[in-house]
Ligand binder design. Structure first.
Ligand code: ZN
Length: 223
């Protein structure tokens, strides 16, 4: 699709847990052949593969510390230069803090990569709480569903892979969701303001059906 790394699509996807940003990232990934880079999944992959980053990370995470920003950025940099990211990438769950956003900026500009947009998916708290409480995931491909908003077309069968096993996270209940939302706001709102000042922030109303929100995103990013 694109011949060099500077002409791909480079997005940061942000939004509280339960805004449907993971689902929208999957839509964008399929539509443009982008790689979807979730910080949490990348960390687990480094550790599972026993890479040099993974080996440095493991003792820190085992001791209950956060992954240090410089290691995370090194991991992201390695990853976005791989061939499957040639059409571009969607960063999901990163950056989470202003420091991470600044380090990311430096790394991207040293690779002559510009962010096309930072998408903030906005959904009212009450809607998020209802969504997460009814949420479950396909065991085989990881597609997320919700009782109230996004059910499989055929009951009990995954839309994406045809899998029939689903799992529900134990912490997907009202009480923990309220806590997660508060934590998200404390930590990530400053990052959103940072991108607001840089002029790349696009706020997208995430309240609605998956295809409706996908259309709003494509209008916001202009493709
Ligand atoms: Zn599936």
């Amino acid at each position: 699709m694109f011949t060099d790394k500077n002409s791909g699509i480079h997005l940061v996807m942000t939004g509280a847990p339960g805004t449907g940003k993971g689902t929208q990232a999957s839509v964008l990934k399929r539509r443009f052949g982008l790689c979807h880079l979730s910080a949490g999944e990348m960390l687990r992959e480094e550790i599972n593969k026993g890479t040099s980053i993974g080996k440095r990370l493991e003792p820190l995470l085992a001791a209950g510390s956060f992954a240090p920003d410089d290691l995370v950025i090194e991991m992201v940099e390695n990853r976005i230069l791989e061939p499957d990211c040639a059409n571009g990438f969607i960063l999901d769950g990163f950056p989470r803090t202003i420091n991470q956003a600044e380090v990311l900026d430096k790394m991207l500009s040293s690779n002559k990569i510009k962010l096309n947009a930072v998408l903030e998916i906005v959904v009212p708290d009450e809607v998020i709480i209802d969504r997460i409480a009814g949420r479950y995931t396909c065991v085989k491909c990881g597609e997320s569903y919700s009782d109230n908003f996004y059910k499989p077309k055929v009951a009990g069968v995954c839309n994406i892979c045809g899998g029939t096993k689903f799992s529900k996270r134990l912490d997907d209940n009202r009480e923990t969701v309220v806590k997660r939302l508060a934590k998200y706001k404390d930590l990530t709102y400053p990052t959103i303001n940072y991108y607001g000042k840089e002029g790349v922030l696009k706020k997208v109303d995430g309240n609605g059906a998956v295809d409706v929100v996908a259309k709003r995103i494509s209008d916001a990013i202009g493709f």
